[in-house]
Structures are given as structure tokens and as C-alpha cells.
Design a protein around this ligand. Structure first.
Ligand code: MZP
Length: 494
């Protein structure tokens, strides 16, 4: 006879938090949302952490390099989608790792032979006017000068005038040397009243530009998630098929952490993938596993060597796995069960394995609930797909702006590796849909509001850290009628 779970499979909306004592020091400004990303031993710190408990989904319509940069600036992490060629995924990772916070690899460069007409055309195309002049016009060759809009008079100078005749030559430039810190670079910018400081190596080759405006931007993002070399932290998805080629390429590109992208992580394919990474790289390369929805799945992945475990099957907004296959578990029940196993494992071994609740977050209070239930961070697709920075098209439908958002199991994504049954290289039936989500503007503007709500919830529960939230949260199951009571009711809404 089949095994029967006694508990009903429940989701976040079926629970509420009961306030715990709010101490005087429980203020949103005192709340730290720093959370572990990788497993660690009792008394030690994790090798990787997040400054805010948000990760963006391993999906074509969500996590590219642009969204990853915006999210890292806020303190979270993106896992670049793996349903693309190894080269293009590695290139996205490389783009992030090339950018040191505040140090930018120059995207637009000219040579001494470029004409004023070409400079103007380039300026109109890219929207800015500062261009390094390098020997061969690349971002990393010998720096010979700089051109800004102050070097020419568009209305008077002939368009065939060569850059070498109006640039500010290297001899008159103030530059920073390789190894200079961001603080030192900005001191030079302030001291010499510059807008841009080129950074060069000892052969006068251009390395980076530091912009005055970026320093101000950096000041506005105190939670930026950076590695030890002040580069943005980024994750990357891998599958259980081509890992022997994909993993080395992503590691070489500089990915800080990998995650197996699979709809069902309780599989021997997944174990094989994680074990491969650990055998090849030991603990140097971090890898998360998933998705699982119960203690057995969790312990299986931990045993394989997973650095964190992702939880959730069938709850994603674009997911139809439950309809198609009858597989899945309510997201709240899945998180509660896995957290229980994680806490027992911690007690027994002294090793804390972070848990990521993946999919099904509809409201900001669901993020708070997932954390309260013991998750260390959440992964979201729909939430991030709505923003300017997501890779998909913004359209106007029925007078409303929307963005496209499609599941990895949809015909459009054709990510058969995620739904791998070990046979064939095709998606025989869909497990995801192609959809629109309401357009919501800039990532940062939305994240700030979501975090404000989470911090406020934590204060109500007497918690200034996520670990304290895990301990102090008091959770109650609610009836269907209390769900109705929870929204505005019995009033005529304006
Ligand atoms: P959501 O934030 O849109 O609710 O859910 C995002 C999560 O759904 C992803 O992180 C992934 O685990 C899952 N997903 C992605 N594609 C599909 C699908 O096509 C899917 N079924 O379930």
C-alpha cells in the first residue's frame, strides 16, 4: 500500500504569524537580513552569505547578467539560467565578474584615427560622451588619451577631424595605477575635480574607468553583495546532463556558486552531478541542490554534498507539474518538513545547511512566512520577471504594461534537461506555461518596499536577525473564513 502522509499539503496563505514580544531594540533599522548561502559548521561562518534573503530563479525569462547586477547591488544573488549554450552562460557570468563595484571595463573606445563624425555617431548611440582613446580601440590596449564633449565643438569642427587632433593626450591625464582601491580612486577624483579616472597597468594599458557618479551610486547601495575583490557575486545554474563541460566553463568564468536546476532533485542524476563537482573541486566550488519537498530528499542531497538545498515542487506561478503529473507538495508543508530535517541534522552533526524556498511567492508576506518557517532565503521568478532589468519584452496589453514570463518547462523554454527522465532529449509534454506579468518598474524600488515589510514583520515577532526570526516566530494555521477576514472586507473600496 502506498505511504500516506497524515498532514494536509499546505501553502503559505494558510498561515499567519502571531506577534511575539517586540523589544525596544526591535527596530527596522536594527534588523539585519544577512543570511547564509552555504553550509557551515557550528561556531563558524559560512563561506558565502547573502545580505538580503532573495535569489532570482534559474530561468530564461528572469536571470541574465543585467538582472544579476541589479540584484547583487541590492544584496541578493541571481543564478544565471542554464537553458542556453555553455558559452553564453559563461559569458553572462564573466560580464558580472569583470565589473568590480565602481570599476568599469570601458564599453566604448576609439582610436587616434577615429573621426569626429564617428565619435558623435557613437555618442548618440550609447548615450554618453566620455571615450578612452586606445591604441587599437579595444577596452584593454594602451591608453593614449580621452575624448569628452568638452574637447570639440560639434557645430564648428569639421566632422573628418581626427581624434588625435582634439583628444586630451595621455601626458595631460590624471590616472590611477592597477591595484588602487575604490576609496583611493575616489580620493583622486575628488582632489582633481574629475568626472572619470582611468585605471592603467604598468604598461599603460587601460584596465578600468572609475566614474564619480558610480561612487555616489555605490554609497546608495550599502548592501551590495561583493566578493573579496569587490566584484559582484553571481550564481549559475547547471543541469544533470552536460555538467562535465558546463561546470568547468562556469568555474573558469568566475561563478561564485552553482545550483543544479531540476524539477525533481531526489534523483540519482542529481547525486551524480553534485558528487562530480565535489570530486573535481573539493570544497572550492560550492553547489546547491534541489528541488526536494521532504526530509528524505533533503538528506539525500546533503549526503551527496550539496552546499544548500532548494525546496519546492509544483508551486511556481508558471508551473503545471501538479496538473500534468500529480507530483508536488504545498510549499509551506514542504518547507516545514525540510526545515525539521535540517534542524535535526544540525543537532546531530553540527553542520547547518541553508534552505531556499523556491517558487510560489505571491505576496511579500509569503517571503516573511518562508523565513519564519525556517528557510534562509527564497528564490523567485515571477517577482523579478516584472522588473525593467529582466530579459523579456515589455508590452502594452489592454492599456496595461506587462512583461513576458515563461516557465522552463514550457514549449517556449524547451529546457528538457530540467525535466530529464534519463531518456531522450526532448520535452514530451509541457510542465510550464508562457504568460505575462504586470510590469512593476525598477528592481531596486520594489525590493526596498518588500524588505521594509519583512523587517517590520520581524520586529513584530521580536527578531532582529533571520536566525532570531527562526527561533521567535509563532505560526498559526488559519481557517478559510479567517483568510477572508485578512483582506479589506465589508467596505465599498474606492
Ligand atoms: P515563481 O516565483 O514564479 O512562483 O516560481 C519560480 C520557480 O518555479 C523557479 O525557481 C523554478 O523552481 C520553478 N519553475 C520554473 N519553470 C517552471 C515550469 O515551467 C517551474 N514548470 O516550475
Amino acid at each position: 500500500m502506498a505511504y500516506h502522509y497524515e498532514d494536509v499539503s499546505r501553502t503559505f496563505s494558510e498561515y499567519l504569524l502571531i506577534p511575539n514580544l517586540t523589544r525596544k531594540d526591535c527596530l527596522p533599522s536594527n534588523v539585519s537580513l544577512v543570511t547564509p548561502l552555504t553550509k557551515f559548521k557550528k561556531g563558524q561562518k559560512p563561506a558565502l552569505h547573502l545580505n538580503i534573503p532573495l535569489a532570482s530563479a534559474i530561468m530564461q525569462s528572469v536571470s541574465n547578467d543585467v538582472l544579476a547586477t541589479a540584484l547583487a547591488k541590492c544584496g541578493g544573488i541571481s543564478f544565471i539560467f542554464c537553458a542556453q549554450s555553455i558559452e553564453s552562460e559563461a559569458e553572462m557570468v564573466r560580464k558580472l565578474k569583470k565589473t568590480k563595484a565602481g570599476f568599469v571595463v570601458s564599453a566604448t573606445n576609439v582610436t587616434p584615427e577615429t573621426t569626429l563624425g564617428e565619435v558623435i555617431a557613437l555618442r548618440d548611440k550609447v548615450g554618453y560622451s566620455t571615450m578612452p582613446v586606445t591604441e587599437d580601440g579595444s577596452a584593454t590596449s594602451k591608453l593614449l588619451g580621452i575624448v569628452t564633449s568638452r574637447d570639440y565643438r560639434e557645430s564648428r569642427d569639421p566632422l573628418d577631424k581626427k581624434v588625435k587632433d582634439f583628444m586630451t593626450p595621455f601626458s595631460r591625464l590624471i590616472v590611477g595605477q592597477e591595484g588602487v582601491s575604490l576609496k583611493e580612486a575616489n580620493d583622486i577624483i575628488w582632489e582633481h575635480k574629475l568626472n572619470t579616472l582611468p585605471i592603467i597597468d604598468n604598461k599603460q594599458n587601460l584596465l578600468y574607468l572609475v566614474f564619480r557618479k558610480d561612487y555616489e551610486e555605490h554609497k546608495k547601495n550599502p548592501d551590495e553583495l561583493l566578493d573579496s575583490q569587490k566584484r559582484f557575486v553571481v550564481g549559475a545554474g547547471v543541469n544533470t546532463r552536460d555538467y562535465a563541460e558546463r561546470v568547468p566553463a562556469l568555474v573558469e568564468a568566475g561563478a561564485d556558486i552553482l545550483c543544479v536546476d531540476s524539477s525533481d532533485g531526489y534523483s540519482e542524476w542529481q547525486k551524480q552531478t553534485i558528487e562530480y563537482v565535489k570530486k573535481q573541486y573539493g570544497d572550492k566550488v560550492k553547489i546547491g541542490g534541489g528541488n526536494v519537498v521532504d526530509r528524505e530528499g533533503f538528506l539525500f542531497l546533503v549526503d551527496a554534498g550539496a552546499d544548500f538545498v532548494k525546496v519546492g515542487i509544483g508551486g511556481g506561478s508558471i508551473c503545471i507539474t501538479r496538473e500534468q503529473k500529480g507530483i508536488g507538495r504545498g510549499q509551506a508543508s514542504a518547507v516545514i518538513d525540510v526545515v525539521k530535517a535540517r534542524d535535526e541534522y544540525y543537532k546531530k552533526t553540527g553542520i547547518y545547511v541553508p534552505i531556499c524556498s523556491d517558487g510560489g511567492i505571491v505576496h511579500d508576506n509569503h517571503i516573511a512566512m518562508a523565513l519564519a518557517m525556517g528557510a534562509d532565503f527564497v528564490m523567485m521568478g515571477r517577482y523579478f520577471a516584472r522588473f525593467d532589468e529582466s530579459p523579456t519584452k515589455k508590452l502594452k496589453i489592454n492599456n496595461n504594461f506587462v512583461k513576458e514570463y515563461w516557465g522552463e518547462g514550457s514549449e517556449r523554454a524547451r529546457n528538457w534537461e530540467r525535466y530529464d527522465s534519463g531518456e531522450g532529449k526532448k520535452l514530451t509534454f509541457e510542465e510550464g506555461v508562457d504568460s505575462f506579468v504586470p510590469y512593476a518598474g525598477k528592481l531596486k524600488d520594489n525590493v526596498v518596499v518588500s524588505l521594509a515589510k519583512i523587517k517590520s514583520t520581524m520586529c513584530s515577532c521580536g527578531a532582529n536577525t533571520i536566525a532570531e526570526f527562526h527561533r521567535n516566530a509563532r505560526i498559526t494555521l488559519i481557517s478559510a473564513t479567517s483568510i477572508t477576514e485578512g483582506g479589506a472586507h465589508d467596505v465599498i473600496l474606492k
